[in-house]
Design a protein around this ligand. Structure first.
Ligand code: ZN
Ligand code: ZN
Length: 810
């Protein structure tokens, strides 16, 4: 067994600076989504993500690009704070410890990062620029304060994003109901860029499903704004189906609507309040699946087209921020409204003709309008336009577009984040800090509401404008703020005068290849795109999109095909595997499990087999006495270069590994030149960088194989005839194996295979008899079909065809 521990340590030590980026040349920026450093350390999903990126960075580097391949830590965040409180440890200490552990583990994987570019979001030299951009946004109307209904976890003592709420419970406190509170919060005006964010999606070289998720998240729809009168006041609603307006039998207002109580009558107040108390916070997805409920507000709305009075309900399924937080309900033609009307016994009025006389469910299709006054007989599609024309002419509303995308609620009532750099002055109001960074104080009390509020030194501030007494903002920023621009800071991470120099971002940006999980399809990737556009318009950047190409790796599951989890006991720790088999074996194994964009299951046997392979390769090359390559080796190696180059470019590393294995089989059984042996090692170095550096060095090279040029295929050396013949032999072996399998299933043990070929192919198979024997574990006899002495008791020979010999097995 080769001493992988020694070899890996040795080369990791020698690599410390060789992967640092230069300032010139054709650039290529490879980036993995940076991790949140948790105390549990690196898990196998991380390892998978980073190895995919590392192989790609190594490949591009060997192809002559000046590579930026950095790593950093998304170090702020609730989990650190919660974990630190549980362990009675300061979040700073907890995070430092976790990061140290993370870095050691990442180094053990042999990743070729430029460590001089490291950044840590919880350090003042980073979050200072968070504060700077926040104030820039504030100055330019991209940040504002607003009272809004928010998800509130009483245990976390902070607002949660919708995505952090599952089944009405907090992500971190699974036993705690999330409450809905009306609070003043800071928002970022992401909606200002809704149209551009949407419009540029088709141009992105991203997975189609991610692009579709973003499109749905932004959720543009064309529709009509219509004003309904309630208690003498105009209440606008948004609808994509104005053709059904004659079928409105009730209205539903969001339970989180700011002006809800204006609609609630004295008689209904108690019932509505009880309803509101029962409400749980839910995510958008849960909203679609949950039971729709509501309570009558006591008010009636007047349909502007029919002048009919319809009741207004408060409902749990209307989102306050979407449209106007109120909808017109047409139960006959909307399934959600239909279920609600059935439940509360509200009339259902059909206004679009369908085949069914009685509705068992809402009819949402097209048809001719009925019960719709002057519009009767109009096709619904045309009616959408005609009714909207009418509404516009009577000044009852207008054509409009609506987006699902909402402004980004960015404030958190937590400690472990970037302080929002403003003070509240009685005289001047909200005043931005002049001196940045506003440092997060170390000494605070945890477990008594917002920890920052417990530090008098922090909260007592001087107003930068009037120098009078002021109170410092105690909210911190959502950590998605930190991750919205970190890729820019890598380009110039030591700059203490600017967040980054324009020259450097002009050179490095955009990120050429971004790699990460699909779970970030919407929030992180939308925020990063928003930031890029906003910073462009503020003059910081010259480009429109941050990530040219995006790759989503598949999920790695346990041996049993389930998600790796402690409770299932199927967690595999990458560091344990490195200790046992070395990083090279782990790397090649992880990449061989499946195509990189597909989910895969962990396999111990495959790790064992890859470990054996690495050992065999090491032993073979260590003792190699190079000669002249055989024609077969030359053909194989050039074909491998040609095909593997494409496989790596397409993230089909698993296919590349199969080809490398087959190539090694041929090399082992043939003669090989020094140059071809080195070519093999160069290709293998993407997957097994340590062992190949060692062998490269043992062959007398003084350079690093990791910095060598990627081999170029000499296509004239590829012997297509040889390749074709080999395929034929492969096919014959697999045909024999299929037959023996059937024979074995019948309980017999075959010993000999008789092969009958057309006469001019006999030589080919005779020459490959040994390979056939090895691949089938049978004694193989080859005959030409016209051979009079052949053994053929069942007369199979007659079935033989060119390229497909007949087979008899006994
Ligand atoms: Zn919580
Ligand atoms: Zn002041």
């Amino acid at each position: 067994m080769y001493d992988f521990k020694k070899i890996e340590k040795k080369w990791q030590g020698k690599w410390t600076k060789i992967f640092n980026s230069k300032n010139k040349g054709k650039k290529y920026y490879v980036l993995e989504m940076f991790p949140y450093p948790s105390a549990y350390g690196l898990h196998m999903g991380h390892a998978l993500n980073y190895i995919i990126g590392d192989i790609y960075a190594r490949f591009k580097r060997m192809n002559g690009f000046n590579i930026l391949y950095p790593m950093g830590y998304d170090a702020f965040g609730l989990p650190a704070e919660n974990a630190a409180i549980k362990a009675s440890e300061h979040p700073k200490k907890y995070t430092e410890k976790s990061m140290k552990n993370f870095i050691e583990q990442q180094k053990a994987l042999g990743l070729s990062y430029d460590w001089s570019k490291k950044l840590v979001t919880c350090y003042p030299d980073y979050y200072k620029w968070n504060q700077y951009f926040f104030l820039k946004f504030l100055e330019n109307g991209l940040v504002y304060r607003k009272k809004s209904a928010v998800n509130w976890c009483p245990k976390c003592n902070t607002v949660l994003a919708n995505e952090q709420v599952h089944d009405g419970r907090c992500e971190y406190h699974k036993d705690t109901d999330v409450e809905i509170k009306q609070l003043e919060q800071w928002f970022i005006k992401t909606t200002k860029y809704a149209e551009e964010l949407l419009k540029e999606i088709p141009k992105l070289q991203w997975p189609e499903r991610i692009k579709l998720m973003q499109e749905n998240w932004i959720g543009k729809s064309y529709g009509t704004e219509i004003k309904f009168k309630i208690n003498g006041k105009d209440w606008p609603i948004f609808t994509t189906r104005p053709d059904t307006i004659f079928g409105v039998t009730f209205m539903v207002v969001s339970a989180q609507h700011q002006k809800l109580m204006e609609l609630v009558t004295k008689e209904q107040k108690k019932e509505v309040e009880e309803f509101l108390k029962r409400l749980k916070s839910v995510s958008e997805k849960e909203l679609e699946e949950m039971e729709k409920e509501g309570v009558f507000t006591g008010s009636y709305a007047i349909n502007p087209l029919t002048n009919e009075k319809v009741p207004v309900y408060v409902g749990n399924f209307v989102i306050a921020e979407y449209g106007f937080g109120m909808v017109m309900a047409v139960p006959a033609h909307d399934q959600r409204d239909f279920e609600f009307a059935k439940k509360y016994d509200i009339p259902i009025k059909i206004v679009i003709q369908s085949k069914d006389k009685e509705l068992k469910e809402a009819y949402t299709g097209e048809g001719l309008l009925i019960n719709s006054g002057n519009f009767n007989g109009t096709a619904s599609k045309i009616a959408i336009e005609k009714i909207t024309d009418y509404i516009e002419s009577k000044n009852l509303g207008k054509r409009t577009v609506n987006y699902k995308l909402r402004d980004w609620l960015v404030s958190r009532q937590r400690y472990w984040g970037t302080p929002i750099p403003v003070v509240y002055c009685e005289k001047c109001g909200i005043v931005p800090e002049k001196k940045l960074p506003v440092i997060l104080p170390d000494k605070v009390k945890f477990g008594e509401g917002n920890p920052l509020a417990t530090s008098k030194e922090f909260t007592n501030a001087k107003c930068p404008k009037c120098k009078g007494k002021a109170r410092r903002e105690t909210d911190t920023m959502d950590t998605f703020f930190d991750s919205s621009w970190y890729f820019l800071r890598y380009c110039d991470n030591k700059n203490n005068k600017e967040a980054f120099s324009k020259k450097k971002t002009d050179y490095w940006m955009p990120v050429d290849q971004y790699i990460g999980g699909a779970e970030h399809a919407c929030m992180h990737l939308i925020y990063a795109r928003f930031f890029t556009k906003a910073l462009r318009d503020l003059g910081f950047l010259k480009f429109n999109e941050p990530f040219t190409r995006l790759f989503n790796q598949g999920m790695l599951h346990g041996v049993d095909g389930n998600k790796m989890s402690k409770s299932l006991g199927n967690v595999i720790n990458p560091i344990d595997m490195i200790k046992k088999y070395g990083a090279d074996a782990l790397r090649i194994n992880l990449m061989s499990l499946a195509s990189q964009d597909k989910d895969s299951n962990w396999s111990d046997t495959s790790l064992e087999s890859n470990f054996k392979l690495v050992n065999k390769i090491f032993n073979y090359f260590e003792k190699l006495k190079p000669k002249k390559s055989s024609e077969k080796v030359e053909s194989k190696i050039n074909k491998a270069i040609k095909e593997i180059t494409v496989d790596i470019e397409e993230f089909k590393y698993n296919l590349a590994i199969i080809k490398l294995r087959n190539l090694f089989d041929v090399i082992e059984n043939n003669e090989i030149s020094k140059k071809d042996a080195e070519t093999f090692l160069k290709i293998l170095s993407l997957f097994c960088p340590h062992v190949t550096e060692e062998l490269w060095n043992k062959m007398g090279n003084k350079s690093f194989i990791s910095l060598e040029k990627w081999p170029v295929a000499d296509e004239s050396k590829i012997n297509e005839k040889l390749e074709q013949e080999e395929k034929q032999v492969e096919a014959l072996a697999s045909d024999i194996n299929n037959i023996t399998k059937i024979i074995r299933e019948k309980g017999k043990e075959p010993r000999k295979a008789f092969v009958y070929t057309i006469p001019n192919e006999t030589k080919l198979y005779v020459e490959n008899k040994e390979i056939l024997t090895r691949k089938t574990n049978l004694i193989v006899e080859i005959f030409a079909v016209n051979d009079k002495n052949k053994h053929d008791p069942q007369g199979k020979a007659g079935k033989s065809k060119p390229g497909k010999p007949a087979i008899y097995i006994e």
